[in-house]
Ligand binder design. Structure first.
Ligand SMILES: *Cc1c(COP(=O)(O)O)cnc(C)c1O
Length: 437
């Protein structure tokens, strides 16, 4: 077809997006295709080309694309003229989700929490959690950690470390004190002890916090893993100083690390847990704040939001819990798959020592540290050309992050990792040639 704009016959598949969509678009720049269909671990573009998905909507599709159980439940619900949107009125869909959450997730884990539905983004769940902690304690300051990512609306952004996102605010971000995450200064430096000393010192200069907010594994921050011991210290410090202990489980939760919550088995009892991303199981927007009953001190409507009653998301979220979390077997499978992933990443690291500095992460949330975006970006580009979708994270985009579906088949996982291995080797080879020249 002749294109009047470019005066050529070159097909321009992205013309509509380039003409109409804001410059702010980002993932589409890394993955130049127009996607059309998706099933399981695969996405297909308009031309029918398949890509193995190691990004899964940034851990939104932990059970893969269009899982049959969730699709069936949603189609049945739509067919029966189920309410689509209900504000926060009572709905059957919400009741059934809450019963599944209570009976299959919270009770078996000995957890007693109230569920607050917020606007459907992770950032809004974090906004609500921080507001509530400030309300409960009557304090302003919140402690967040280096490389933490908590969303990009102003309150959550204040807790986010990344300067690229922070400068986007174009106004002062206040009410948060930054402290070093576990391992930030390398092994042997106990950053929890530093925090404790600064908070205990009347001249330490850190205002008494309303909350300490932490990710158990930092997703966007570069797959940094906090030890159980460090997290227990942080929880203890929170309580000693009268602050609420908030775990942001938006990315690491919903099974990503091999258990429903990322902090299971660590002896932690967070006061507040934020959830979003994979919670609906099918990619429908949904966010949740779990609050210990004694801290549920909201006045009715005090944190509001129109889209807190997405019944389709409740239906698929319930189906996800019923399908995957009725017992411990899925978590055990995820742990096994995580070991398979880690083993192969270690092999890739050993075979490409000139560019790979190490393997990072936990469970099905692992990746390769290649030091900088100079190595990771060409790997992402090359992988995409060969049919693999994979993204980076970390302060310097230095982590190639594998966020495959948790239920990916071993064959698809291995096929994706084969592509990754080839691309890392290819970029390492180019690098060697470049430095020899
Ligand atoms: C993605 C993410 C958020 C923000 O969620 P949005 O839905 O993008 O607003 C908050 N915290 C963590 C840990 C995340 O990974």
């Amino acid at each position: 077809m002749y294109d009047a704009e470019t005066q050529t016959r070159e097909p321009r598949p992205f013309a509509t997006f380039e003409r109409m969509e804001s410059q702010v678009r980002s993932y589409s720049r890394s993955f130049p295709a127009v996607f059309d269909r998706a099933e399981g671990s695969w996405q297909y573009d308009k031309e029918g080309r398949g890509y193995i998905d190691f990004l899964t909507g940034c851990s939104v599709l932990n059970y893969g694309h269009n899982h049959p159980a969730m699709k069936r439940a949603l189609m049945d619900y739509i067919e029966s003229n189920g309410v689509v949107h209900s504000l926060d009125m009572h709905s059957r869909a919400k009741a059934e989700f809450l019963e599944a959450l209570e009976g299959k997730i919270l009770k078996p884990r000995g957890m007693n929490y109230r569920a607050q539905f917020t606007g459907p983004t992770g950032a809004n769940a974090v906004e609500a959690a921080l507001k509530l902690a400030r309300k409960v304690t009557g304090r302003t300051n919140v402690i967040a950690f280096t490389n933490g990512f908590h969303g990009v609306t102003l309150g959550a952004l204040a807790a986010t470390g990344n300067s690229h996102h922070r400068t986007g605010a174009h106004m002062p971000l206040s009410g948060v004190t930054r402290m070093p995450y576990d391992g930030y200064f390398g092994e042997g430096v106990d950053t929890a002890a530093q925090l404790e000393q600064m908070l205990s010192d009347p001249s330490g200069g850190v205002d008494k916090p309303a909350a300490i907010i932490v990710e158990v594994v930092q997703g966007e921050g570069g797959l940094n893993v906090a030890s159980a011991e460090w997290l227990r210290k942080i929880e203890k410090i929170s309580h000693k100083h009268g602050a609420l202990f908030i775990v942001d489980d938006i990315q690491a939760g919903c099974g990503r690390t091999g258990s429903f919550f990322s902090f299971e088995g660590m002896g932690l009892k967070p006061d507040i847990v934020t959830m979003a991303k994979s919670l609906s199981g099918m990619g429908l927007p949904m966010a949740l704040v779990l609050v210990k009953p004694e801290f549920d001190q909201w006045k009715p409507g005090e944190h509001n939001g129109t889209f807190r009653g997405n019944c389709h998301a409740f239906v698929t979220a319930k189906a996800a819990i019923d399908t995957f979390w009725a017992d411990d077997s899925f978590g055990a499978e995820v742990q096994k798959k995580g070991e398979r992933l880690r083993k192969r990443l270690r092999e890739i690291a050993l075979q490409n020592r000139s560019v790979v500095k190490g393997v990072k992460g936990r469970g099905m949330m692992c990746g390769l540290d290649v030091g900088s975006g100079e190595i990771s970006d060409p790997v992402v580009d090359e992988a995409f050309k060969r049919g693999l979708i994979i993204e980076t994270s970390g302060a310097h985009d230095q982590i190639l992050k594998v966020l495959a579906p948790l239920n990916i088949t071993d064959a698809d996982l291995d096929a994706g990792l084969d592509i990754l291995a080839d691309c890392v080797a290819e970029v390492a080879g180019r690098q060697a040639l470049g430095s020899a020249a």
